[in-house]
Design a binder for this molecule. Sequence first.
Ligand code: NAD
Ligand code: ZN
Length: 254
Amino acid sequence: MIAPNLDTAIARLGQMIHDARDIVPFTGAGISTECGIPDFRSPGGLWTKNRPIPFDEFLASQEARNESWRRRFAMSDQFGDAQPGRGHRALASLYRAGKVPAVVTQNIDNLHQASGIAPEHVVELHGNTTYAVCLDCAGRYELAWVRARMEAGNGCAPDCPSCGGFIKTATVSFGQAMPDEAMRHAEQLALTCDLFLAIGSSLVVWPAAGFPLMAKRNGARLVIINREPTEFDEVADLVVHQDIGTVLEPFIVH
Ligand code: NAD
Ligand code: ZN
């Protein structure tokens, strides 16, 4: 059911959180918009500005790799200093209280870790953009190193010094395989929780969008908090079409 107003939404959500034993939050770009990081699909979102570079293009062309890194550093300049918002802090409070074993996220911004959730309890379905990896040997590289090499090399994205492989942010691009371990962990969480909170996701990017449905079919209660309607609103136990930070702020424990 759709919550008729903010107070009712917060009261119902509070009761459901209170009743739950095991809560799994599943977050999308909407939880980070108040931190200054635009989402993909809202008007003016990243999607409308830049066509994403698919994985096969990244592999096929030096120019695509250069362009992908140019965009990444333009992002750093715009929102590299983003800090966790009210939504992140509320989820970190529930985590500290022992109600949330782990957070499943489509986000790549590292803000759940920054809010105090241990890295092993942040299940990243689409990876992490705050560091880079070699696609062949999986060696880790820091962004500052890539940037310095690009600047020294006339804008040419560097290859891995140890094996010659391509170096890419540790994210999952369109056309790139989903990370097995994260998918397994998310599935296990979806199947064992009794409350699943889908927060700030348009729920259109598959297979990630399958988890709310999986949890619901397995008997968990499903809450969707998103400004815009989603395809799964009609199966959810509670739907909140309000600002995420405003809805979750009362659940922050300092
Ligand atoms: P999306 O952009 O498709 O959807 C975000 C949803 O959040 C929208 O439906 C929007 O209405 C809602 N929203 C935005 N701000 C809100 C607010 N303050 N309160 C309530 N609702 C709000 O995002 P998605 O479903 O996560 O999928 C996009 C993909 O893009 C993700 O898989 C992710 O990998 C990537 N992405 C990540 C980031 C990030 O890490 N912060 C940012 C942009 C895109
Ligand atoms: Zn390598």
